[in-house]
Design a protein. Structure first.
Length: 257
């Protein structure tokens, strides 16, 4: 039986097919110098697929700074939700996006798309947005390790609202929390239908909310505008609320409850 405290690391696709696996210098430092693990200790490795691999440390190459391991067992990965949820987040000001990425990964998001909407306060050029995405991807990696995810959720490049809508039009379900939406019963029905779909998009407006034209465009691709209650939630709260509800619904359905 796998110990709950077992450490998990991510590898590139195909690495786990090798007879002897070598982890990177960064993982070497963490395993050898920080965790002070020894030959014979076990870790879990994931390559983004639907399995996780129990591996035993067989040695340390101090010159190349590599950890050497062999696979001893393979398990199905039960930590991923049955639906792939993509969070389309209206770009917020300050460092809120970092917190949003961290919490979205913990709650099971498959990917996150930062979106520049009409009411976004922050304006990023291509150079700044690329550096920001690299930073956000690093946060996603750290959060995936902490949450013991089977994959590293991807943070896509910054999109305009039009690009995001074009990207989302092929999703099975598009959810749009909107302060002007009416009826909690309808919201309940939409969220409870999540287990019927494979790809779910969740659109969250920035601090200033959606413009009516943006909501109309989302509705034109089948977006479901729902209410999250009588209170106006902050942008960093709204997405986490929807993801929490979806996670509960999907995991409840998986367990047949």
């Amino acid at each position: 039986m796998i110990r709950i405290t077992m450490y998990r690391f991510f590898v590139e696709e195909g690495q786990l097919n090798q007879r002897e696996i070598m982890l990177s210098a960064q993982d070497y430092n963490h395993i050898h110098n920080v965790l002070r693990m020894k030959v014979g200790d076990e870790v879990l490795l994931c390559d983004g697929g639907d399995k996780e691999y129990l591996c035993e440390i067989t040695g340390f190459d101090t010159e190349l700074q590599r950890v050497l391991l062999v696979v001893t067992d393979v398990f199905g990965n039960a930590r991923e939700l049955s639906a792939k949820i993509t969070l389309f987040q209206g770009y917020p000001k300050g460092d809120k996006m970092e917190t949003i990425i961290q919490k979205a990964v913990e709650l099971g998001a498959h990917s996150v798309v930062p979106v520049m909407m009409k009411r976004c306060v922050v304006k990023l050029d291509d150079k700044k947005s690329q550096k920001k995405v690299e930073r956000l991807q690093a946060i996603a990696l750290s959060a995936a390790k902490q949450a013991k995810r089977g994959i590293i959720p991807e943070v896509l490049g910054l999109m305009s609202i039009n690009e995001a809508i074009e990207y989302a039009k092929d999703f099975d379900l598009v959810i749009v929390p909107y302060e002007n939406a009416n009826g909690m019963q309808y919201a309940k029905e939409v969220l409870q239908s999540a287990n019927e779909f494979e790809r779910i998009a969740v659109f969250i407006g920035p601090e200033g909310g959606f413009e009516a034209t943006e909501v109309a465009m989302l509705e034109s691709i089948g977006g479901k505008t729902i209410s999250l209650g009588h209170r106006i939630l902050r942008t960093e709260t709204a997405g986490m609320t929807v993801l929490s509800l979806l996670m509960f619904q999907l995991e409840q359905d998986e367990q047949g409850e």
